[in-house]
Every structure is written in structure tokens, then in C-alpha cells.
Design a protein around this ligand. Structure first.
Ligand code: GDP
Ligand code: MG
Length: 183
């Protein structure tokens, strides 16, 4: 039935961080469908992807996903990148130990600039199991130590767990705030 008071989907900013070439852009493309890439901000070196998704039976969110577009190579990530984010992911590559070692630094950067938002730890490139350098157990331990909402392994290449990378942190934010949102 048509309902006049049906709320519009809010737009929530989501940030994805982690070392260069761990697969952040690939995850964004799979989640949003490449054609949904709406905006490029060359001045701040950010690509923005959007997608509408249900995070609850009757609650829809417009994901506005900020992707670093190469600036992470020089660790020149702008303050603007972090401001106003509701949730996000820290990604490493399970085949490259140095990307796992950088996770703590990325979490600090987010905490300093975005506050205590829900963050998930993602070990990407699960399809390269034979080249794995970090165990699932090490991923889980690190997520716990850094007080993240959890650890998941994903593959942008084979589309494994990509939805969870985006939906779980945003759902966490929603669960924390739904009392106020539904009024
Ligand atoms: P970003 O720099 O973190 O944004 O990483 P990109 O998304 O640009 O990916 C870096 C490289 O890793 C590219 O060559 C991708 O094709 C590759 N890549 C990304 N995700 C995966 C994955 O899940 N599995 C494999 N095998 N390669 C991936
Ligand atoms: Mg990228």
C-alpha cells in the first residue's frame, strides 16, 4: 500500500582503507556495479561509489562509498576523507604480510579522524589460498585486539563475502542508532 510517511533512504558515508593494491577498488566495484560510479573528485583524489541496499527487512540505506584512488600509496589521505563516515572497512591482502602489518596504522588514522565508528577487518584475495601468508586465526586475533566489529575473508575476484564487507559495518551503525532513526 502506498504510504505517504514512508521515510526516504538516508545517505550514509562509508570509508574503505588499507594499503595500495589490497583490492579496495575492486571490492567497491563488485558491490556497487561499476556503472554506478557517480563521482570523481580529482582535487582530493577520491572516487565515490553509491548503491542502495536493504540492511534490515524494511530499512534501506544509500551507501556512499569513499575510495582512496591511489592517495594511500603516499599516506597522504586527506582529513575530508574521514569526516562524517558512519562505518567502514580496513582491508589487507592475505598473501602479503606487510599489508597486514599496516592495519594498526590505518585503524589509528580512522579513529583519530572519524572517531569510534564500526570498522570491519577484511582479508581479501581469498581465491589465492595457495599463496596465503596470514591465517584466519591471525586475522581474528588482530580484529579483537584493535576492537573492530569482526574479521571476514573475501574475494573481489570470485565475489565471495563482498556484500558482508559493506553491509555488516553499516548494519552495526544502524543497530546502534535505530532507536532514534525510527521515531
Ligand atoms: P586497491 O589499490 O586497494 O584499490 O586495489 P585494486 O582493487 O586496484 O586491486 C589491486 C590488484 O589486485 C588488481 O590487479 C586487482 O585485479 C587485484 N585484486 C583485487 N581483488 C582481488 C581478489 O579478490 N583476488 C585476486 N586474485 N586479485 C584481486
Ligand atoms: Mg584503489
Amino acid at each position: 500500500m502506498f504510504c505517504l510517511f514512508r521515510p526516504l533512504a538516508p545517505t550514509w558515508k562509508y570509508i574503505i582503507v588499507g594499503d595500495y593494491a589490497v583490492g579496495k577498488t575492486s571490492l567497491c566495484k563488485v558491490f556497487s556495479g561499476e556503472s554506478f560510479k557517480v563521482e570523481y573528485k580529482p582535487t582530493i583524489g577520491v572516487d565515490i561509489f553509491t548503491r542502495l541496499a536493504f540492511i534490515d527487512n524494511n530499512f534501506k540505506v544509500k551507501f556512499q562509498i569513499w575510495d582512496m584512488a591511489g592517495q594511500e600509496r603516499f599516506k597522504h589521505v586527506m582529513i575530508d576523507y574521514f569526516r562524517g563516515a558512519k562505518a567502514g572497512a580496513v582491508v589487507f591482502d592475505i598473501t602479503r604480510y606487510e599489508t597486514y602489518e599496516s592495519v594498526g596504522e590505518w585503524v589509528l588514522m580512522v579513529r583519530k579522524n572519524s572517531g569510534a565508528i564500526p570498522l570491519i577487518l577484511v582479508g581479501n584475495k581469498l581465491d589465492l589460498e595457495e599463496k596465503r601468508m596470514i591465517t584466519a586465526e591471525e586475522g581474528k586475533e588482530l580484529a579483537k585486539k584493535l576492537e573492530l566489529i569482526g574479521y571476514i575473508e573475501a574475494s573481489a575476484k570470485n565475489n565471495i563475502n563482498v556484500e558482508k564487507v559493506f553491509i555488516e559495518p553499516i548494519r552495526h551503525y544502524y543497530d546502534q542508532h535505530k532507536r532514534y532513526l525510527r521515531k
